[in-house]
Ligand binder design. Structure first.
Ligand code: ADP
Ligand code: MG
Length: 732
């Protein structure tokens, strides 16, 4: 990377960094190390990204440091955790053993004393069942002992330290059952968190598994089987029915219905044939295809999607930052509270030490911010992966949260509201060239432009311009294109390139709602003149009016069309779509100003475009949403949110998902906080026992926020389907 000579970025995979405060512990521990600059990561993807000055520390030292904090760094980092699964890991078995001992202890106590309540009470000689409890406490605590020691060594007060203190403290005053309960239940809580992050990660991994293991390629006239990862640009890949396409590329032989749902989220298979593009990860229905690979295996749209989702999970949203900051004060504050709860009654009022120590330990348990800290990232990851399955790529929690704030939606017209499959309806020749020649020349000029109008002209020429020699191609974003064809330079583009506003033929085309395009000629040494006027129609997609209505029903206040086209064509499109305002004749820079004005006038604006001529506007908007992003790398990379297919019906889904996510995040933060506050108040009053504190405040709260977050996966595309749970409660 340029300008970053003294900075190196390394990604580590830390498989057991799956609890909420683990990441924070590692981040704080590592940051104290000289040379370490930034530490980013996600407890969900269990990846850690460390940037450091290679002249001060090296990778090995950082890896050792993470190990010293009590975690295991996997090598190589790039391999996904093909772990054995949380429920069959060593710590799971320790948890089961701790649980078995704990319940055996309970059973024995009931057998011997006829009640679960400790009959002998207070510090005394251990009873027989206490041996079982001590065993449970030791086995359970073994799960978090290394992390607790690591945190202490790194001078970080994290929940493992607190839990260890609570276990030791409870055992010290003879409350063996409590000690066992904390060790066991906290282990279960950590397993649950591990399970939640494993599930979220599994959905990213299921995307990775979409690219097949092997590919058949044609080499030297023979078919050979190679690893998909070894496919390179230019390889001809043979794909048979039922198989997955291993590379992005162009069909050079055969035709078939192709299921692109893994990429675009579109359930209907698409008919594809000679010359059409296909994506790695799509499934062939019937038929047979030969695909010429466009790039190397690591460079497919699917691979890029996976990378972007992983990055998205690492970026923290404002809510996540808030919760983390909060936890940083919350935990020490409650810990101090715990000390006071012991010190004040015992030393100032001569109260019994054991009872108040127990209450202090209970507060320590409550000081763990686990449920609170995990509440937001699980929601964000759950939403991002759910969206990815619908072909919508959200680039991080911040984009998701901003989407929920959107008040205004601005649409690009050509290629976004319209099909982008415009048709040339009129060819008005005004010079010596006939219709066929005009189309041939215009198509030759436009052959290299990706604008929908350019593609329409190329289609209309039907190959007529293919043999013409074209040099000096130049593109003017939002205005047109120019190239030398034979003895003259031709320009194809918007009428404002020349002053033609009063031209009657142009006015007629415009009045019909058509998009006029002029073809201009500049002979060597001569002046530029008009040789033809083309008229194009580009109908609004049939789904648009419904989508706009739905967005409005969902609470979007203002919907605007921003178009580079002429007023009439833009207004006609706006009328059909049913939008509030139509702003026309905007060049790319003017679209940026328009977006800024919308932000200032009405509020948070989402700009929806296809990335052709509107990339600056996408970047300027609070939320830039690129449609058809699978087709354009630039759009995929620059937008905040990328809709892989070009189905506008994903927009209401996206908005609904974003709003639900925000609601779930708020519910989770509030619920976790409320539980903690209520328990914390109850402790000094003697209403909350240690076991209740772990069961409800830690394990229960973590479970509730996780389950709540996982509900986001069930947000549906159709408004009518709503929340499945709500429907059920509505009828029952
Ligand atoms: P929109 O904002 O409606 O998507 P654009 O900004 O992409 O439209 O384009 C605005 C206008 O510029 C088009 O209506 C067309 O007249 C002209 N134009 C842009 N690119 C080209 C091109 N490659 N060939 C011909 N005309 C073009
Ligand atoms: Mg456009």
């Amino acid at each position: 990377m340029n300008g970053a000579r003294h900075r190196k970025l390394v990604e580590f995979r830390v498989d057991d960094m799956d609890c909420a405060s683990c990441l924070d512990t590692i981040r704080r521990g590592l940051s104290k190390r000289p040379g370490v600059e930034t530490v980013e990561g996600s407890p969900v993807s269990r990846r850690l990204e460390v940037s450091f000055d290679p002249e001060v520390v090296d990778e090995e030292t950082i890896r050792r440091e993470v190990g010293d904090l009590g975690y295991t760094v996997l090598i190589p980092a790039a391999e996904p955790g093909q772990g054995i699964g949380v429920w069959r890991s060593p710590r799971a078995y320790r948890t089961y053993i701790a649980g078995a001992l704990f319940f055996a202890g309970l059973a024995l106590r009931v057998l011997l004393h006829g009640s679960i309540v400790d009959s002998h009470g207070g510090p005394s000689w251990p009873a027989a069942e206490d041996l079982l409890f001590v065993g449970a406490a030791i086995v359970g605590a073994a799960n978090f002992l290394p992390r607790a020691i690591g945190a202490i060594r790194g001078r970080v007060l994290d929940m493992h330290v607190l839990m260890l203190l609570a276990v030791i403290g409870a055992a010290a005053i003879g409350e063996y059952m409590e000690a066992a309960a904390i060790a066991f239940l906290f282990s279960v809580a950590e397993l649950l968190e591990g399970f939640a992050s494993e599930r979220a990660e599994a959905s990213v991994r299921s995307l990775m598994e979409l690219s097949p293991e092997v590919a058949r390629v044609r080499r030297d006239g023979r078919e050979v089987t190679i690893r998909s990862a070894d496919v390179t640009a230019g390889d001809e890949v043979v794909v048979r029915p039922g198989e997955r396409i291993p590379a992005d590329g162009q069909i050079v032989d055969g035709h078939s219905a192709v299921d692109e749902s893994p990429i675009t989220g579109e359930a209907m298979p698409v008919e594809k044939g000679l010359g059409d593009g296909v994506y790695a990860g799509s499934i062939l229905h019937e038929g047979f295809l030969v695909v010429r690979s466009e790039g190397d295996a690591g460079d497919t749209t699917l691979a890029r999607m996976i990378r972007l989702i992983e990055e998205a999970e690492r970026r923290r949203s404002p809510s996540e930052r808030f919760v983390e900051r909060f936890a940083r004060y919350y935990t020490p504050a409650v810990t101090i509270g715990a000390v006071l709860v012991v010190a004040v009654p015992v030393f100032l009022f001569g109260q019994p030490f054991a009872m108040w120590l127990l209450r202090g330990l209970t507060l320590l348990v409550i000081a763990c911010p686990c449920a609170l800290v995990i509440s937001t990232p699980v929601s964000v990851v759950s939403a991002i992966t759910a969206a990815a399955r619908h072909g919508v790529l959200i680039k991080g929690g911040a984009s998701l949260e901003r989407m929920a704030d959107v008040r205004v939606v601005a649409f690009d017209k050509t290629g976004t509201l319209t099909h982008g499959r415009a048709e040339v309806t009129d060819v008005i020749t005004v010079a010596d060239l006939d219709r066929q020649t005009v189309l041939a020349i215009a198509s030759a000029v436009e052959a290299r432009s990706e604008h929908p109008i350019a593609r329409a002209i190329v289609r209309a020429a039907n190959g007529a311009g293919d043999d013409l020699e074209v040099t000096d191609f130049e593109s003017f974003p939002g205005r047109g294109a120019r190239a030398r064809v034979g003895p003259a330079v031709y320009t194809v583009g918007r009428p404002s390139l020349v002053d033609m506003d009063s031209d009657p033929q142009l006015a007629t085309l415009a009045a019909e709602g058509k998009t006029p395009v002029v073809v201009l000629r500049t002979p060597d040494g001569g002046d530029m003149s008009v040789v033809a006027i083309l008229g194009l129609t580009d109908p609004v997609r049939p789904v648009v009016p419904g989508v706009i209505r739905e967005l409005r029903d969902l609470g979007i206040q203002r919907i605007v069309v921003l178009s580079g086209d002429l007023r009439q064509a833009a207004e006609e499109a706006g009328r059909v779509a049913g939008v509030d305002d139509v702003w026309s004749r905007l060049e790319p820079a003017a679209k940026v100003e328009a977006v800024e004005r919308l932000e200032a006038e009405t509020g948070c604006t989402a700009m929806v475009g296809d990335g052709v001529n509107d990339a600056p506007a996408l970047a300027a908007a609070s939320v830039g949403i690129a449609m058809g992003a699978a087709a354009s790398d630039a759009a995929l990379e620059t937008a905040d949110i990328a809709v892989m297919g070009d189905d506008l019906a994903r927009l209401p889904y996206l908005y609904r998902l974003a709003r639900r996510s925000r609601r779930v995040i708020r519910q989770n933060i509030l619920a976790a906080l409320a539980v903690k506050v209520i328990l914390a108040i109850g402790v000094p009053l003697g209403w909350v026992s240690l076991i209740v504190a772990v069961l409800v405040g830690d394990m229960g709260a973590s479970l509730v926020v996780t389950v709540n977050a996982l509900r986001l996966a069930r947000v549906r595309e159709q408004a009518s389907e709503g929340w499945p749970t709500r429907e059920r409660t509505g009828t029952g």
